[in-house]
Write a protein that binds this ligand. Structure first.
Ligand code: ADP
Length: 414
């Protein structure tokens, strides 16, 4: 870093101020020191360049005039969301990788931004440090990559669907005659094509999930009856493999119908606000995994909750997941590397997509598992009170009368 600065002349390297200035000026990240009046006390060259100001012009000026934080549409962020206000009002610090800044020459930059009180622990800090990094180039590259994946997987889905259709015709006794050996080859080709189709579909969905283009039409869902319906739609796949399916609410297994009939069980109403089609994708994926990875025993779909959250779960009596793999399971393309996953097809994208969907509704998804004992996947979603559910339902009914409902997104139909 100091290679080009041989001719330091009379600079006194023992002097703390000189050392600080050299480091401060050569930092690649923008650093700004702000006082309690939200005025810039110090600004380094990197920060000045990002904001499009000269150092001497910016010094002494209100930080909000220099660091203009805007929404992704270039509009100024709301006053109550202003991080400088928040920090000096109640000491709240901030780290955000996805903010936007409008420079003095009206260029919109993607920035990574963090703001911390200079002395932590104070209720109302007397000074703060903002660190700004221009990540516009990285964002543009990420966007290009995501666009490429989206376009490529979209374009490839069509021919793959055609190949799959023709292979299905070739395997259909009513329209084709093939000998036994050819049938074996065609079956393998058919299942590989199905896998490829699923991979393209998952790639498309995960690219959309990553750049916030996942279509969602949220509404009020009563999870009890909703899950019961989803379970009855899914149970066939499990029973075909000889696995039992149980649906349990709270601690009462309502599979035990006789008990339910003789004792009056009052089922609580669990309302959440989510898109029922998206939520079905999540439950179906967890259920399909449970069926895929479990050889014998049962799959339990559970529902419980308290005043704040509704908790759904899908548990199985399968092989379980090694502890080392658990923290990585929701990452893109992550598959546990063992003999089971090598023989069972999968894309490693299902749980990543599930996580993105659940996060759309401010929920949380996680897994608990013990080798040899099975796995349980849990979803927590914020619970609506009965009153909130009724109000939201009424509001959406009024909106539907005033405004026709948008057609269901194509992607949900495919
Ligand atoms: P895949 O298409 O591979 O199933 P997922 O993202 O849905 O992708 O799951 C990631 C990995 O997590 C799987 O490859 C598997 O190793 C592991 N996994 C998921 N669900 C289960 C389960 N119920 N039992 C055991 N392992 C599981």
């Amino acid at each position: 870093m100091f290679g080009k600065r041989k001719n330091t002349g009379t600079a006194n390297w023992q002097d703390e101020q000189t050392r600080f200035k050299v480091i401060f000026d050569s930092l690649e990240d923008g650093v700004i020191l702000i006082d309690a009046e939200q005025t810039i006390q110090l600004i380094n060259p990197a920060a000045a360049t990002i904001c499009g100001w000269k150092i001497d012009e910016a010094t002494g000026v209100s930080v909000t005039a220099v660091v203009k934080l805007v929404t992704n549409k270039g509009e100024p962020i709301a006053a109550d969301a202003n991080p400088f206000e928040k920090l000096f009002k109640d000491g709240q610090n901030l780290h955000d990788e996805q903010l936007f800044l409008l420079s003095r020459d009206n260029k919109q930059l993607s920035i990574s931004f963090s703001l911390s009180p200079l002395v932590s622990g104070e209720q109302t800090p007397s000074a703060a440090v903002a660190i700004i990094r221009d990540v516009s180039q990285r964002r543009a590259q990420e966007q290009q990559r995501a666009d490429f994946i989206s376009t490529a997987s979209h374009e490839m889905r069509t021919p793959v669907a055609a190949i799959e259709g023709y292979l299905a015709l070739a395997l259909n006794d009513k329209v084709s005659t093939v000998d036994e050996r050819a049938r074996g080859y065609l079956e393998k080709a058919h299942s590989s094509t199905q896998h490829l189709g699923k991979l393209f579909q998952d790639l498309l969905t995960s690219a959309k999930a990553e750049d916030g283009r996942l279509v969602s039409h949220p509404g009020v869902i009563e999870i009890g009856s909703y899950l019961e319906q989803v379970t009855s739609d899914l149970r066939f796949a499990a029973e075909k493999k000889g696995l039992a399916v149980d649906f349990s609410v709270g601690n009462n297994s309502i599979v035990n119908k006789r008990k339910a009939m003789t004792e009056k069980i009052v089922k609580p109403l669990y309302y959440v606000y989510a898109d029922p089609d998206r939520l079905r994708e999540v439950i179906t994926n967890l259920f399909d995994n449970a069926v895929k990875y479990t050889d014998e025993g049962k799959i339990t779909i559970g529902l419980t909750g308290d005043n704040q959250v509704v908790q759904c779960s899908v548990s199985d009596t399968g092989p379980g997941i090694p502890a080392d793999d658990l923290p990585h399971l929701f990452q893109k393309f992550y598959r546990v590397d063992n003999s089971t996953t090598r023989t069972i097809g999968g894309t490693g994208l299902g749980l990543f997509i599930c996580k993105k969907i659940i996060e759309l509704y401010n929920g949380r998804i996680w897994v608990e598992s013990e080798l040899g004992k099975g796995s349980s996947f849990y979803i927590n979603l914020p619970r609506l009170t009965n009153q909130q559910a009724t109000d939201l339902q009424q509001r959406s009914e009024t909106a539907t009368v005033l405004q026709p409902v948008e057609p269901l997104d194509q992607e949900l139909k495919t």
